[in-house]
Write a protein that binds this ligand. Structure first.
Ligand code: UDP
Ligand code: MG
Length: 325
């Protein structure tokens, strides 16, 4: 199967789904109604993430009747990041909108997303406001959003909203896997794209159940740590690990020098002092962290690939030869 998109259209709507058969017919009708009124060429790319409830059969039927419908069907469930990533690869739109399949996102909001893109944003993310979800979902989400804004200096209300609109080059620059889809606005900001937000209508889930239980929401914190590490220190891991290592070693050394001074010049017995243990542990830890940093630098140099995803324009001889609109 070719992964290279051909025959561009103005707009692709990418819908990742997992066991959403009850919602799909209504979603398709609502989407078609909105998209036909836009006056743009469009396609709907459904990505079936290994459903076992007949969603694929239903979508195959739709794809046979409607040439604007594309179905990408996974062999088994790989998760939403994989579904979005695959949807992006097969989408042929200059602009790409993603939305959930469970009717919680309202297709009528699509024109507002497009307007905001026209205002100059590269990525527009939805803010479900007011959010029609139970506390077990809103609480972890609130904690994580606050944390991200605090750590990354962003000011977004709903990082993980499934409803988003992108310029083509944003999706080309994103590498989604694992749980990274939860932090797309952060990833895009780190690359240098202009991220905007709009408040959108949100509906309670009508059919089926959420695919993420309360306990499944917290690993998002690990994804955040990994993402921050990879975006800030991906190409210079020694800056973090070396810094931590030198600090730990320095503190440990300071403690040991202090205790040695006491032992040598004040004649105090120091063998029973917890401070001695702490000093020695910190020095060993420091050496280990520094060594991890060096190993990580080696890995980085093996895997480093030069890429141009952060380049907006190239000017040669006074003329732009490559440009991102
Ligand atoms: N989804 C998916 N793969 C998964 C889990 C979910 O494609 O492994 C889809 C799901 O069908 C829906 C969207 O991702 O279209 C959001 O999932 P859900 O509504 O369960 O999440 P919530 O709104 O509860 O956060
Ligand atoms: Mg949902």
């Amino acid at each position: 199967m070719s992964t290279v998109a051909s025959g561009m259209v103005d707009l692709s709507v990418v819908v990742p789904l997992y066991n959403e058969t009850a919602s799909l017919p209504t979603l398709y009708e609502h989407l078609r109604e909105v998209l036909q009124r836009l006056g743009l060429t469009y396609e709907i790319v459904f990505v079936d993430d290994g459903s076992t409830d007949g969603s694929s059969a239903l979508l195959l039927d739709l794809a046979a009747k409607d040439p604007t419908v594309t179905l990408v069907a996974f062999r088994r469930n790989f998760g939403k990041a994989a579904a979005l990533s695959s949807g992006f690869r097969h989408a042929r739109g200059q602009t790409i909108v993603t939305m959930d399949a469970d009717l919680q996102d309202d297709p009528k909001e699509i024109p507002r997303f497009l307007d905001k893109l026209r205002d100059g944003c590269d990525l527009v993310t939805g803010w479900k406001h007011p959010r029609r979800d139970p506390f077990s979902k809103t609480f972890p989400s609130r904690v994580i959003n606050t944390l991200v804004n605090w750590v990354a200096g962003t000011s977004l209300h709903d990082m993980n909203c499934g409803f988003k609109a992108y310029r083509r080059e944003v999706v080309d620059a994103l590498h989604l896997y694992g749980g990274r889809h939860r932090y797309i606005p952060l990833l895009a900001t780190q690359i240098g794209f202009n991220v905007g937000e709009i408040a959108i209508r949100h509906h309670p889930r009508k059919f089926g159940r959420s695919k993420y239980r309360f306990s499944q929401r917290w690993p998002a914190l690990f994804d955040l740590v990994s993402l921050l590490f990879l975006t800030r220190f991906n190409r210079k891991p020694l800056h973090l690990l070396g810094g931590l290592g030198v600090s730990a070693f320095g503190i440990g050394l300071g403690l040991c020098v202090y205790l040695s001074w006491i032992r040598l010049f004040q004649g105090e017995f120091i063998g029973h002092r917890p401070l001695l243990l702490l000093g020695v542990i910190l020095m060993i830890l420091g050496v280990q962290l520094f060594s991890f940093g060096l190993l990580a630098e080696m890995l980085t140099s093996f895997h480093h690939v030069d890429s141009d995803e952060h380049v907006r324009a190239i000017v040669r001889g006074g003329r732009r030869v490559e440009e991102t609109p």
